[in-house]
Design a protein. Structure first.
Length: 263
């Protein structure tokens, strides 16, 4: 079954962290601007978001372990901090839910702005179990997008402008490509020499074969100027490696996440 989501791309990437305040400080040191803290209503999780024009990063932590954590507790006690999952954008999540045979759910969070707390609202859709091999993924439709972005939140000292790509490792790449084709549409699937790509308007997801590992393994973030980003990281004493395709930040500097800054 295909859907009309293939052109909508990433909504946000989730990074599971053990301590939210420390994570915010770490990412600000990397040159990212963090929004005010948010708290999910009815859940035991809170976040700091790093906003771009079309998508964002979510630093997600547990603030009340007695409430629902969406498996973040299991993740943190297992693999530990790092890339936790991906959310994809949907302009009509009810239509998508009908196509996938799933019922969307509502979520709100308290965003602690300086002038007072506001309540961004969302609708979420989780595909059937196994529909997204190698990935903890879901869809999100923003009901109050005007509360999510302000000009000062979109300016990052490292020049970051958005999510370029995500890489997921799977045990059966051919089967994973078929599964993602059912969700995003066959036209979004582009077989390559070393990986199969799921292509969106504003980015792509690389599916790579791995014999013993499954999961979200790397996130590439676009920056306006790679050389300027390298200078910034140098001045901030951040450990990173310069490679042909960008700057690979040491995961120890990014709460366990493998982040690459690319043109």
């Amino acid at each position: 079954m295909t859907s009309d989501t293939s052109n909508e791309g990433f909504d946000h990437a989730l990074i599971g962290v053990a301590d939210l305040e420390d994570a915010r400080d770490d990412y600000q040191r990397l040159g990212f601007t963090c929004c005010p803290r948010g708290r999910h209503i009815g859940w035991g999780t809170a976040n700091y978001c790093i906003m771009f024009a079309d998508d964002y990063l979510e630093l997600l932590g547990i603030v009340d372990a007695s409430q629902f954590t969406n498996n973040l507790d299991t993740f943190l006690t297992g693999p530990g901090e790092g890339l936790f999952g991906l959310s994809f954008a949907s302009a009509d999540i009810d239509a998508l839910g009908a196509k996938l045979g799933r019922e969307p759910s509502d979520l709100k969070r308290l965003l602690e702005c300086p002038e007072g707390t506001v309540e961004p609202r969302f609708r979420l859709l989780h595909p059937p179990v196994g529909a997204m091999p190698g990935l903890s993924g879901f869809f999100c439709q923003h009901l109050t997008p005007e509360l999510m972005r302000r000009p000062e939140w979109l300016a990052h000292a490292n020049g970051a402008t958005g999510i370029a790509s995500a890489t997921i490792a799977v045990q059966d790449a051919a089967e994973a490509a078929r599964a993602y084709g059912k969700i995003f549409g066959a036209r979004a699937v582009q077989p390559g020499q070393d990986s199969t790509d799921i292509v969106f308007n504003t980015g792509r997801m690389h599916i790579v074969q791995s014999g013993d590992t499954e999961g979200l393994v790397e996130l590439a973030i676009r920056v306006a100027d790679v050389a300027a980003a390298a200078d910034y990281l140098d001045q901030a004493d951040v450990f990173f490696a310069e490679q042909d395709d960008g700057l690979l930040i040491d995961p120890a500097e990014a709460c366990g996440a493998f982040l690459r800054l690319v043109p």
